[in-house]
Design a protein around this ligand. Structure first.
Ligand code: SF4
Ligand code: SF4
Ligand code: FES
Length: 351
């Protein structure tokens, strides 16, 4: 015999919405997705929610539960006390389509922008051979189920749509790291590309993405930080430094892209107007002082600059009475309409 528990569920669409209160039966062993299904079966047949596997493997059922980004099919009701109100809201970083369903197409655009695996030209599929140790190194990143909880949590784009065009996000940083350590990938500039064109420099290592990953991928420690370190190693490689002193800028341009800046479009178009690509570029090399030194805090501070989007002192799940949920709506100040983001992302130069 189940017990009746209190739920608050956000209902609305791109034009706005609010939290609705429900009382729903909960049985032993159930997860939050079971409760949403019971709500649909008994009280709100038109409640929109995305799910597929109910086994934590398809990545579809991502939402925010008591303020914490989670998979609803893997969040047991036993996590909450019997008298606790459970508040269920859509992912905040992506535009709402309806109720708990958001438009995550930003992630697919970023996936398309990420340069694909580039095997050696002389090998055909089926002829690839890798040592087991190399397979195991990248296996952690292959566990990603594309739930986009990490993307949703990252403060660089959470409530900052203006950062979406230059920033690919943690899910695609682990893709870059995986290909960077792939012995058969013939591109040797994965980390430099991540820094120059995927917005790696906008990440300030807050580790929020790692905290919410349901596959327990060490996104920050095993992908982002090693890539940042190696990009900086290259920057301060004595031979590279010497090359900079010896060659003029135009000669350096002939030797290939700068490892931090990448290949830039010309700063000005022929008519003298600033190049739109150049104007839109977000990530830049870290600031370097007059002696050519970069602040070591760029790499060493665990939680420097802007902190967690939830605040450093926040522990999850949040008490329900502290959740005052308001999903950003189209046209709201500072919030770019999703079509504009999609257009801007599509206009970015491809590798
Ligand atoms: S470490 Fe923080 S800033 Fe960097 S990708 Fe993860 S959530 Fe975003
Ligand atoms: S890295 Fe983790 S949190 Fe991010 S999309 Fe993959 S499984 Fe989800
Ligand atoms: S329904 Fe597939 S991960 Fe939750």
């Amino acid at each position: 015999m189940g017990t009746t528990r209190n739920f608050r569920v956000w209902r609305g669409d791109a034009d706005g919405g609010d939290l609705h209160d429900f009382q729903v039966e909960v049985n032993e062993g159930e997860v939050v997705l079971d409760i949403i299904h019971r709500l649909q079966a008994t009280q709100t047949p038109d409640l929109a929610c995305r799910w597929n596997c109910k086994a934590g493997k398809c990545g579809s059922c991502s939402m925010e539960i008591n303020g914490m980004p989670r998979l609803s099919c893997m969040t047991r009701m036993s996590t909450f006390t019997a008298d606790e109100t459970v508040t269920i809201t859509p992912l905040r970083t992506f535009p709402v389509i309806r109720d708990l369903v958001t438009d995550v197409s930003y992630n697919y655009l970023k996936a398309r922008e990420t340069p694909a695996f580039a095997p050696p030209a002389e090998l055909a599929p089926g002829e690839y051979r890798m040592r087991q140790v190399d397979v195991e190194r990248s296996q952690e990143f292959r566990k990603c189920i594309e739930c986009f909880l990490c993307q949703n949590t990252c403060h660089v784009i959470r409530d900052h749509d203006e950062n979406k065009p230059p920033f690919s996000g943690p899910r695609y940083f682990i893709r870059a790291a995986e290909l960077d350590m792939h012995p058969l990938d013939s591109r040797s500039d994965r980390k430099e590309y991540a820094q120059a064109s995927m917005g790696l420099g906008l990440c300030n290592i807050t580790k929020c993405c790692t905290e919410v990953c349901p596959e327990h991928i060490k996104i920050t420690d095993n992908a982002i930080i090693p890539m940042k370190e190696r990009v900086v190693d290259r920057r301060f490689d004595p031979l590279v430094w010497l090359g900079r002193k010896i060659f003029r800028r135009d000669q350096l341009a002939e030797t290939g892209p700068d490892p931090l800046i990448g290949t830039l479009p010309p700063p000005e178009a022929a008519d003298g107007e600033p190049s739109p690509q150049r104007a839109r570029r977000g990530p830049q090399a870290p600031a370097i002082d007059a002696d050519g030194h970069m602040a070591i805090t760029e790499l060493t501070f665990e939680n420097q600059g802007a902190g967690s989007p939830f605040g450093d002192d926040v522990r999850f799940p949040l008490p329900p009475d502290e959740i005052n949920y308001h999903h950003p709506v189209r046209g709201e100040t500072g919030r770019t309409p999703p079509e504009a983001i999609a257009d801007a992302v599509r206009d970015e130069p491809h590798p």
